[in-house]
Design a protein around this ligand. Structure first.
Ligand code: F6P
Length: 576
């Protein structure tokens, strides 16, 4: 509501105070207009912002130098390119098409040191309460811990807890898949509907989409159906249940809090569908839950025995390797199919692009249809984590954090938004390719296989962005003068090329971990809390006021009026 400059100026001008935002007042009254006083933030700073440091300023100065370079020339320097190509754990990662020199890398690493990146990473991995606004650890890495590891949170080794749940998932999914666990009418359960939204949906959907074409996974899931239900739109409910025989369907309600409005309404709807067709006993056999809130699971009517727990130290958007993802995926593919340092470099590249070169967006472009849900998943992981206005101590940030993520698989995206990326705004791109495809399709008469066709585009796009096409070249090709400006490509557009050896459960896990950690690195450098998400609350609270007013207007058959507390615009739309 107030431009950032004002907030920053206010911060500099005032002495430290407690925040004066009256949350209740602001959150529940849509008519309430923000007064300048409600925007006051704690002022004064005990800790300097990273942007006040010499290291940050050195990078700002360095931008002038970089602005005299072009990727066309930078890519001629083989020594530079060699130093920017990394291989780790089978992942090939080429950073040479970033607008960086060896000096940039040196300066970025100094910035990382100044931001205490190493200490922050260690704090995260060792279970410290780095999510300070919620007084929690951010320890999703423990969900991928090996059995023999030990990770202590609040004095307790959590690895045995993690494995206890994994064993329970293994046991349950085996019983369901073998037919030992039957529905109320005695039929085996071959369909699964997983109800959940946000982090309780996007990560599992990403992995499911990636695995369904993997040969072993495809074999394991034969005859089985896994569908996700996220949106409260009745059309999504109808789509998820279409042609599903309730006798053969298992419903998994996935919600960390077990309070999310959309998920709970969808869970009640599907419970009703089951009971209507199979009777009240169906819930015990056909509904299970994944949650940290076992009390609410029980109140809902699901036996806590049939609940798979996780912990408050796993953030929703980081929960795919907990029961949130593991249960639905183990049911579909079998437990045994489910079994990391590039993140710092990739995180630094993002900080450089966003904070110094001024590119606020990033495109995630897998040249692999199986990874089609990577961009939507990383969109939540990245934007919900790093889209913040204040630093970890609550002080307004003097710069914008976070980045705008979007993406589509290539080559589809080429026929959609690449025009803007090539000739419009500069959007750093992540190209992700697969060395060996799951499918070997080679049509007789064609000069390359389908996979090579796809990869031809993968290689071409990164170079087209980097080199562009200058007017001189167009002239030498006898392009008419009037068309030259339209056909010119400025180039100098950065990208990263990542190649995975194949698309398997393991590499899908690697790419997930790579992005999760990259996001954390960015947050650590910017000095923010990447593990809370207060920004999603206000809309939820306002929706609850709308919900109760709509309910009253329906039950009392009256129109909504301005006295209900909504402005003219909202009142009119609600009545419509
Ligand atoms: O509204 C945002 C959010 O809280 C996400 O952080 C979370 O992934 C999603 O809602 C779902 O929450 P839950 O798993 O508690 O239903």
């Amino acid at each position: 509501p107030t431009p950032r400059t004002t907030r920053v100026a206010t911060r500099v001008a005032r002495v430290p105070t407690e925040p004066r935002v009256d949350a209740e007042k602001d959150l529940t009254n849509p008519l309430h207009t923000f007064e300048a006083s409600t925007l006051d933030m704690p002022t004064g700073r005990d800790v300097e912002s990273i942007s006040d440091t010499e290291e940050w300023k050195a990078l700002q100065d360095h931008v002038k130098e970089i602005n005299t370079t072009h990727l066309r020339d930078l890519l001629r320097d083989e020594r530079r390119c060699m130093s920017l190509i990394k291989e780790s754990e089978g992942i090939y990662c080429d950073l040479s098409r970033q607008r960086v020199t060896e000096k940039t890398m040196e300066l970025l690493l100094k910035l990382a040191e100044k931001a205490n990146l190493r200490e922050k990473i260690e704090a995260m991995f060792s279970g410290e309460h780095i999510n300070s606004t919620e007084d929690r650890a951010a320890l999703h890495v423990a969900t991928r811990a090996r059995r023999d590891q030990s990770i202590i949170v609040d004095g307790r080794d959590v690895v045995p807890d993690v494995w206890e749940v994994l064993e329970k998932i293994r046991d349950f999914s085996n019983k369901v898949r073998s037919g030992e666990w039957k529905g109320v009418t005695g039929k085996p359960l071959k369909n699964v509907v997983a109800i959940g939204i946000g982090g309780s949906f996007l990560g599992p959907l990403f992995v499911h989409t990636a695995l369904r074409t993997e040969p072993i996974a495809a074999m394991e899931s034969e005859g089985r159906t896994l569908r996700f239900l996220a949106n409260v739109d009745p059309i999504d409910v109808a789509r998820a249940l279409k042609d599903m025989n309730p006798e053969e369907t298992l419903v998994v309600v996935v919600s960390k809090t077990f309070t999310t409005a959309e998920t709970m309404l969808n869970a009640r709807t599907v419970r009703k569908w089951l009971i209507a067709q199979l009777g009240p006993d169906a819930v015990a056999k056909h509904m299970v839950a994944v949650s940290t809130n076992l009390k609410l699971v029980k109140e809902f009517g699901i036996d806590p025995e049939n609940a798979f727990g996780f912990w408050d130290w796993v953030g929703g958007r980081y929960s795919v390797c907990s029961a949130v993802g593991m249960l639905p995926l183990a049911l579909e593919y079998g437990f045994d199919l489910m079994e990391d340092n590039l993140p710092v470099l990739l995180g630094l590249m993002s900080v450089w692009n966003v904070s110094f070169l001024g590119y606020p967006a990033r495109a995630i472009l897998p040249y692999c249809q199986a990874l089609s849900k990577l961009a939507p998943h990383i969109q939540q992981v990245s934007m919900e984590s790093n889209g913040k206005g204040v630093d970890i101590n609550g002080h307004p940030l003097p710069f914008d954090s976070g980045e705008i993520d979007f993406g589509e698989p290539g080559t589809n995206g080429q026929h959609s938004f690449y025009q803007l990326i090539h000739q419009g705004r500069v959007v750093p791109c992540d190209f992700i390719g697969i060395v060996r495809s799951q499918q070997s399709v080679y049509l007789k008469g064609e000069i390359v296989s389908n996979h090579d066709e796809l990869m031809s585009n993968f290689f071409a796009q990164a170079d087209a962005l980097a080199y562009g096409k200058p007017p001189e070249q167009l002239r030498s090709e006898n392009v008419p003068d009037f068309l030259i400006p339209h056909k010119t490509f400025t180039g100098n557009r950065p990208s990263i090329s990542v190649m995975l050896p194949a698309c398997t459960a393991r590499t899908v896990g690697q790419i997930l971990a790579l992005y999760e950690h990259r996001v954390a690195v960015q947050g650590f450098i910017w000095g923010i809390n990447s593990f809370d998400q207060w920004g999603v609350e206000l809309g939820k609270v306002l929706a609850s006021k709308v919900r109760s007013t709509m309910h009253q207007s329906r039950t009392k058959s009256r129109t909504v009026s301005i006295t209900d507390g909504f402005n003219y615009s909202t009142t009119r739309m609600m009545n419509k």
